[in-house]
Design a protein around this ligand. Structure first.
Ligand SMILES: [Zn+2]
Length: 269
C-alpha cells in the first residue's frame, strides 16, 4: 500500500492517550453542563428552605384561563408552604419553613407531551426533553430555583379532564394540570404538593389499577379504629379512603398529611 505510513508502537500509544484524554474532557464537560443547565438534584439537608417556583401556563389558550392566570399571585400558593411547615414540625425538622413558594410570570410555550402508552425508553427521552424545555423556559430572576413546578391551567368550562400530572426527580421538575378557578385552587395546590414530593424522591402510595390508597402506607391514620372512614389523605396516596372500595379526593391540603414512609423517602426521618 503505497503512500501509507504505518505508525510505530510508541506513536500509537500516544494517539490512544490523546483519545482517552479527549474522551475524559468531553465527559467532564457533559456532566458539568448537564448539572449547570439541567439542575442536578443535590442531597437534602432541610436546614434551609428549598426555593420552589410555580410557572403558570395557559394549557387550552382560553380567554378565561388567561384572566385567571393574570390574577394569580404568591398568596394563591401559600397553602403549599403552610402544609409542609405543619408536617415538618411533626417530624421535628430543623427548618421551620421547609419550602418557600413563589409565582413566576406566565410561560407562553407548552411543555413536551408524554403519551399515556409511552414505553420506558420514550418516557426517559421525554424526561430529558422536559429538563431541557424547563431550562429553556426558566426566566426566574432570583437565581436557579431548587424545584420548578409548571402548572398548566385548563378552563373550568372545558369538559375534557386534564391529562396526568407528574413529578420528575432528576432536575426536580413538576408538571401539574390544574383548573383555572379559585374554587379549585386548593385542589390544584394539593396536586402540586404531591408532585413536589415526587421531585424529592417520594413514591406513590396507591394501587395503580384501582387508584385506592395502599394500606398501611397510604393511610393518614392506619391504626384508626374502625379503619374506615379515614378523615384525611396521605399526600402520596392522594385520596381519603371512606368506605370499602371508595376513596375521595381531598378538598385542600388541610385534609392531608405526610406519612412516615413518605417522610423517610424525602429524608425527614
Ligand atoms: Zn404520584
Amino acid at each position: 500500500m503505497a503512500g501509507l505510513r504505518v505508525a510505530g508502537p510508541g506513536e500509537r500509544a500516544g494517539e490512544e492517550m490523546h483519545k482517552v484524554r479527549w474522551l475524559l474532557i468531553g465527559l467532564i464537560l457533559l456532566v458539568s453542563l448537564s448539572n449547570l443547565w439541567l439542575s442536578a438534584s443535590p442531597q437534602l439537608d432541610w436546614r434551609t428552605p428549598l426555593r420552589v417556583v410555580i410557572y403558570p401556563i395557559n394549557a387550552d389558550r382560553q380567554w378565561d384561563t388567561g384572566q385567571y392566570i393574570a390574577a394569580l399571585d404568591d398568596e394563591h400558593f401559600e397553602d403549599i408552604e403552610h402544609f409542609l411547615a405543619r408536617q415538618g414540625e411533626r417530624y421535628r425538622l430543623p427548618v421551620t419553613r421547609p419550602v418557600r413558594v413563589r409565582l413566576a410570570g406566565e410561560v407562553q410555550d407548552q411543555p413536551p407531551e408524554l403519551m399515556l402508552d409511552a414505553n420506558r425508553l420514550e418516557a426517559a427521552l421525554w424526561g430529558l426533553r422536559m429538563r431541557v424545555w424547563a431550562w429553556r423556559h426558566d426566566d426566574w430572576p432570583e437565581g436557579t430555583p431548587d424545584i420548578r413546578i409548571f402548572m398548566r391551567f385548563h378552563s373550568h368550562h372545558n369538559d375534557q379532564l386534564p391529562p396526568h400530572s407528574m413529578g420528575l426527580r432528576d432536575g426536580r421538575i413538576g408538571l401539574v394540570n390544574g383548573i383555572a378557578s379559585i374554587d379549585y385552587q386548593p385542589r390544584n395546590n394539593f396536586i402540586a404538593a404531591h408532585e413536589l414530593l415526587h421531585t424529592l424522591g417520594a413514591s406513590d402510595k396507591y394501587d395503580l389499577s384501582t387508584n385506592l390508597p395502599a394500606f398501611p402506607q397510604g393511610y393518614a391514620e392506619p391504626a384508626r379504629q374502625p379503619r374506615l372512614p379515614q378523615q384525611r389523605a396521605e399526600i402520596m396516596a392522594g385520596r381519603i379512603p371512606v368506605t370499602e372500595g371508595i376513596a375521595l379526593m381531598p378538598r385542600s391540603l388541610d385534609e392531608a398529611v405526610i406519612g412516615p414512609q413518605t417522610a423517610r423517602e424525602i429524608a425527614w426521618q
